[in-house]
Write a protein that binds this ligand. Structure first.
Ligand code: NAG
Ligand code: NAG
Ligand code: NAG
Ligand code: NAG
Ligand code: NAG
Length: 598
C-alpha cells in the first residue's frame, strides 16, 4: 500500500526541479500549521480534533458508521491487546442518546454490555447508553477449515488413538470477573464468499460460540434463567445456538434473543464439532458406560420422560409399513416405555393403521410436504414431510428413527443429547436415519419457508437438514449402524457380521440399506441376488430382523405380505443369480417362508 501510493505521486512530478518542490512544500506546511493552531486555540472548534469523542460518531441506525478500525481503538477490542494485557478489562461509559429502533428501547438506561466482535462506536449507532466491556479473543486462523471441525471419519472406537478437536480460541474469562453483563452484543460475520459457504465459516462459528460463552458465564439471568443477547447479522444466526423460539425481536440486521442459559450451557459442554463424540463412548468400564445409563436426564428436561418420544414418518406409499411395525416392536423389546409417534399421510389404509397401532405407534395424520425442487412422481418428491416432526411440540425432544431400522438396545439415552445429534455420513454431514430433534413451531416454519431457497445436495431431506443444522453433534456409529460392506474386504465382512449377530447386541441398531428384509423371503437376504446390491447383503442382519418379526402377532404381520408382483421379481432375481452362479450359492436355498404361498 505505502509503496504503491508513493510511486503514484512520484511519476507526475518527476519533471519538476527539486528546489521548486521544497519551496512549495514549505509554503503548504506553514499554511496548515496556522489553521491547526487556530482550531486548537479556539474553544468552539477544538472538539473536531478530539477524534475519540462520541460527538463525532453520531450516526443513526442503518447509516454507514465508521468502523472500529477507522477510529482509535479503546477497551482492548483487538486481539493483540487482549493477549498482551493480562489485567482486568476496564469498562467504558457510552453516552449517547441517538435514535434506536423501538425494539431496543428496553436497552436504554444504565446497562452493562458485553461486546463481541463489535466496537463501541457501532453501538453508539444504536443510541444505546451504558457501560461497555469489550470481550477480546484471538481470531481463529484462516487455514482452519470446516472439515477440521467436522471430519468425515474419526477413530471413535479408539483403535489407534483418541480423537480430539482443534482448539478454537476463546476469551480469557479470568479477566472479566468484575460482575455480570445485562446484555451480550455480537456482530456475526456473514461471508458469502467463504470457501465452504457462509454457514460453514469457522470464524462465524467462533463468534457464535464466544457470544454464547459470554451469555452463559457472564450474562445476568432473569427469574427464568434467561439472558439477553443482541446479534447483528446479515444472514440468519445459527439456530443451533440462538433459537427462533427465543427470539424477541428483529429489525433489519439486528436480532434480539432471550436465551435460556441452562440450555446454552448444555450445548457449550459439547465438543466444538463432530471431531469428537458428543459423549465419550469408552468410559473406564468400556463401551456400555455411556449409552446404557439412561437414567441421567439432562438438566434442561430433568426427570420428565413424558415429554420425550420416538417418532417415524410414513408417506407416499406402503413400502415401509412392515418396517415401521417391526421397528416399533424392536423399540419395545429394547425395554423403552417412551411414547412412539407415527406421522403418516392418507396413503396408509385402515387395516394397516390397526397393525401399526397394535405394534405400539400413536398415529398422527399429516399432510405431506412436497420438495419444490423434486421432479413430479420421483421417489423423493415428498421427503420434506419429515419436517413435520418439529410440529410435535408437546414433546421436548424426539428421537426420529427411519422405518428401515431395527433397534437392538435401548436408545433412551439419546434423549440426553440436544438437537441435532446423529451419526456421521459422508463429508461433514450427518445421517438423518436416527436423529435427536427438539420440536418447535418456528423451526418448523423456518424449514418450510427455506425449502425454495435452500438447496439439498441429494434432493432429499438429509441434504436439506444438513444445510440448516450445520453444527451437529456426533453420536457413535453403533447407534445407527449402516448395513453395508463398501470396503468389500473379508476383514470388513467378518467384523460387521460379528457385530450384527452378537448376543447380547453390540450395536444399538441396524440400518437396512439396500433391499429391505420384508421385501425378501425370510430364508435369505435377497440382496445376494442382485449384482449392485450385494454390498448390502448380510445373513446375520437378515436373521436379526426376522427374529423380531417371528415374535409378532398375526394382526401385525398383515402389512408384511408380499404382492404377486414382488414375488415374481424375487423369482426373477434369483434366476439371474443362478445363471451367473454366484459362489455364495444363496440362490440354491429352498424357500420355506409361508408368505410365498399366501
Ligand atoms: C471471506 O472469505 C474469503 C475466502 O476465505 C476471504 O478471502 C475473505 O477475506 C473473507 N471476507 C471477510 C470479510 O472475512
Ligand atoms: C450395560 O449393558 C451391559 C450389556 O448388556 C451390561 O453388562 C452392563 O451391566 C450394563 N451397565 C449398566 C450400568 O446398566
Ligand atoms: C426419500 O424418502 C424415501 C421414502 O421415505 C426414501 O426411501 C429415500 O431414500 C428418501 N430419499 C432421499 C434422497 O432422502
Ligand atoms: C467385491 O470384491 C469382489 C471380489 O474381490 C469383486 O468381484 C466385486 O466386484 C467387488 N464388488 C464391489 C462392489 O466392489
Ligand atoms: C430343496 O428342495 C429340493 C426338492 O424339494 C431338494 O431336492 C433339495 O435337496 C432342497 N435343497 C436344500 C438345500 O435343502
Amino acid at each position: 500500500m505505502k509503496t504503491g501510493a508513493g510511486d503514484a505521486v512520484k511519476s507526475p512530478v518527476a519533471g519538476l526541479r527539486a528546489g521548486a518542490i521544497v519551496k512549495l512544500n514549505a509554503a503548504f506546511l506553514a499554511f496548515f500549521f496556522l489553521v491547526y493552531m487556530a482550531l486548537l486555540l479556539h474553544p468552539n472548534y477544538s472538539h473536531i480534533l478530539d477524534r475519540g469523542a462520541s460527538s463525532l460518531v453520531r450516526c443513526t441506525f442503518r447509516d454507514a458508521c465508521p468502523s472500529a478500525s477507522q477510529l482509535p481503538r479503546k477497551g482492548g477490542r483487538s486481539s493483540a491487546s487482549a493477549s498482551a494485557n493480562k489485567a482486568v478489562v476496564a469498562t467504558e461509559r457510552i453516552v449517547n442518546a441517538g435514535r434506536a429502533p423501538t425494539m431496543f428501547s428496553e436497552l436504554r438506561g444504565r446497562l452493562r454490555m458485553g461486546l463481541v466482535n463489535i466496537g463501541r462506536d457501532e453501538l453508539l449507532a444504536l443510541g444505546v447508553e451504558g457501560d461497555a466491556v469489550a470481550v477480546g479473543f484471538d481470531r481463529v486462523s484462516d487455514v482452519f477449515r470446516w472439515s477440521d471441525l467436522f471430519p468425515e471419519w474419526i477413530d471413535e472406537e479408539e483403535e489407534d488413538g483418541v480423537p480430539s478437536c482443534p482448539e478454537i480460541p476463546m476469551p480469557d474469562f479470568s479477566r472479566y470477573d468484575d460482575g455480570e453483563v445485562d446484555v451480550v452484543v455480537a456482530a456475526l460475520p456473514c461471508n458469502r464468499t467463504a470457501p465452504q459457504g457462509w454457514n460453514r465459516d469457522v470464524f462465524r462459528l467462533q463468534v457464535h460460540l464466544v457470544a454464547a460463552q459470554v451469555a452463559a458465564r457472564k450474562g445476568r439471568r432473569d427469574g427464568g434463567g434467561r439472558v439477553r443477547v443482541v446479534l447483528r447479522s446479515a444472514c440468519e444466526p445459527m439456530m443451533d445456538l440462538f433459537r427462533c423460539d427465543e427470539s424477541v425481536g428483529r429489525e433489519g440486521d439486528w436480532w434480539m434473543y432471550n436465551v435460556d442459559a441452562p440450555r446454552l450451557e448444555e450445548k457449550l459442554r459439547l465438543p466444538v464439532g463432530s471431531c469428537n463424540l458428543a459423549l465419550p463412548l469408552w468410559g473406564p468400564t468400556g463401551i456400555h458406560e455411556v449409552l446404557n445409563s439412561s437414567d441421567q436426564l439432562t438438566a434442561v428436561n430433568a426427570g420428565n420422560p413424558r415429554r420425550e418420544a420416538y417418532a417415524t414418518v410414513l408417506h407416499s406409499s406402503d413400502r415401509y409399513l412392515c418396517g415401521a411395525i417391526v421397528l416399533a416392536q424392536s423399540i419395545r423389546r429394547s425395554g423403552s416405555t417412551r411414547d412412539m409417534v407415527l406421522l403418516h399421510d392418507h396413503t396408509v389404509s385402515k387395516p394397516a393403521l390397526r397393525a401399526l397401532v397394535a405394534a405400539g405407534w400413536i398415529p398422527r395424520r399429516i399432510r405431506r410436504i412436497r420438495n419444490p425442487r423434486a421432479e413430479r412422481g420421483s421417489y423423493n418428491e415428498y421427503n420434506y414431510s419429515k419436517f413435520r416432526l418439529w410440529q410435535l411440540t408437546e414433546y421436548f425432544r424426539v428421537v426420529f428413527i427411519d422405518a428401515d431400522i431395527l433397534v437392538l438396545r435401548s436408545l433412551d439415552a439419546l434423549f440426553r443429547f440436544p438437537q441435532i445429534s446423529a451419526v456421521g455420513n459422508d463429508g461433514s454431514l450427518f445421517n438423518s436415519g436416527i436423529m435427536v430433534i427438539e420440536p418447535s413451531a418456528c423451526t418448523f416454519e423456518a424449514l418450510v419457508r427455506g425449502r425454495r431457497t435452500i438447496r439439498s445436495y441429494n434432493g432429499g431431506d438429509q441434504g436439506y437438514l444438513n444445510e440448516v443444522f450445520v453444527w451437529w453433534h456426533r453420536l457413535p456409529r453403533r447407534v445407527n449402524y449402516l448395513k453395508n460392506f463398501w470396503a468389500n474386504t473379508t476383514g470388513e465382512r467378518a467384523l460387521k457380521e460379528r457385530l450384527f449377530g452378537a448376543e447380547p447386541a453390540e450395536v444399538w441398531s441396524i440400518h437396512y440399506l439396500g433391499l429391505k428384509p420384508w421385501r425378501c423371503y425370510r430364508d435369505y437376504d435377497c440382496n445376494w441376488n442382485i449384482d449392485d446390491q450385494r454390498v448390502y447383503a448380510s445373513d446375520e442382519a437378515h436373521r436379526r430382523w426376522w427374529q423380531v418379526y417371528d415374535q409378532m402377532g398375526e394382526v401385525m404381520r398383515g402389512p408384511c405380505a408380499l404382492s404377486e408382483r414382488r414375488k415374481i421379481e424375487i423369482a426373477w432375481d434369483r434366476h439371474v443369480a443362478q445363471e451367473i452362479g454366484y459362489d455364495d450359492q444363496h440362490w440354491k436355498i429352498n424357500i420355506t417362508d409361508p408368505r410365498k404361498w399366501e
